[in-house]
Design a protein around this ligand. Structure first.
Ligand code: GZL
Length: 322
């Protein structure tokens, strides 16, 4: 974007102000240093998200200090404190759960290091503790899953018995995907969630919990709603081992739109996947540069996403980027 005289003056003022701030002195030749704390490597989605952040940092000439928390909040807090000690220019992270961040975010604020949330939100009351949150609208993803099911079950008198594989307990996607889905199915009493338990977003746990659901409810189960594709893929294995046909005996709805989901839909084993894009890297790097250039950025940046029923999977698959 052309730099007008006014914005040049603003930038110059911001740059000189930034240079006065403690932390790393800004200069044209020194690359920005970003400290990033990642949730873990629990799913195909997470792997694609990590790849997007690493490659975008490289393309943007930003030095990346990357930490994998193995899905533990205490590891993320440790990593953020290390980034503060190293005086990085910006801290970004995907909070594994919504709560428990105020103390460490206040430490980052005291050190005058801007913080960017990516992928998942925090429920901190003081939203001055972070500059912006880039990520999906998980509640809308849950609504999309609910709307697809209501449409599919039109004319079916019910009862429609649903089992739900929830994501990580306390995480924004698990809380909001449940909320959005329930908001939609509440309109018709034929829909009943008869079992709901966390599979922690992993294939292994998704399979294990689905085995327990099948043992307890068996052929009573009409629908599986999984908060991510990895748990759905694990559950598909359990359904087949129980001698039932996934996507036929049990309608399966999941979220993310990763490669494994498209392969399952093409094989006729998954009915639909609601897209949740992990490709946040380029947007994150652009925002970081804007912040360090003193530009104002929106408090919330929502990623645009679609929904992919199995009928379109084969056509869409070659175009997929994750
Ligand atoms: C969603 C992300 C979730 C994915 C899961 O933005 O936080 O975490 O849906 C991943 O696959 O583990």
């Amino acid at each position: 974007m052309p730099c007008t005289r006014r914005s040049f003056n603003t930038l110059a003022a911001a740059a000189s102000l930034a240079a006065l701030l403690p932390g790393r002195a800004l200069s044209a030749d020194k690359p920005l240093v970003l400290g990033f704390s990642q949730v873990g490597a629990e799913s195909e989605w997470r792997t694609a998200n990590t790849e997007s952040i690493k490659s975008a940092a490289k393309d943007a000439g930003i030095t990346l200090k990357f930490s994998d928390a193995q899905q533990k909040q205490e590891n993320q807090i440790k990593a953020i404190r290390a980034f503060i000690a190293q005086k990085v220019d910006v801290i970004a992270f995907s909070p594994v759960v919504e709560s428990g961040w105020e103390t460490v975010l206040r430490e980052a604020k005291a050190a005058k290091i801007p913080v960017v949330l990516t992928d998942r939100a925090v429920n901190a009351k003081d939203d001055s503790l972070y500059v912006t949150f880039i990520g999906s609208d998980f509640t809308e993803e849950g609504r999309k899953a609910g709307r697809w099911l209501v449409d599919k079950m039109k004319g079916n008198a019910g009862p429609i018995n649903i089992v739900e594989l929830q994501g990580t307990v306390g995480s924004a996607p698990a809380i909001d995907r449940k909320k959005g889905f329930e908001e939609i199915i509440a309109a018709d009493p034929k829909f009943k969630i008869i079992r709901s338990q966390t599979g922690d977003f992993t294939r292994a746990k998704g399979k294990e919990v689905m085995e327990a659901f099948l043992k307890a409810e068996g052929k009573k189960i009409n629908v599986l709603y999984a908060h991510n594709d990895d748990m759905a893929i694990g559950a598909i294995q359990a359904i087949e081992e129980a001698g039932m046909k996934p996507a036929q005996d049990i309608t399966i709805i999941s979220i993310d739109g990763v490669k494994g989901a498209f392969e399952a839909m093409i094989a006729g084993k998954l009915n639909v996947s609601v897209e949740c894009s992990p490709l946040l890297g380029p947007q994150l790097m652009a925002i970081i540069k804007d912040i360090k250039a003193g530009k104002s950025v929106p408090k919330r940046i929502v990623t645009e996403e679609g929904i992919f029923p199995m009928e379109v999977a084969a056509k869409e698959f070659p175009k997929r980027k994750y």
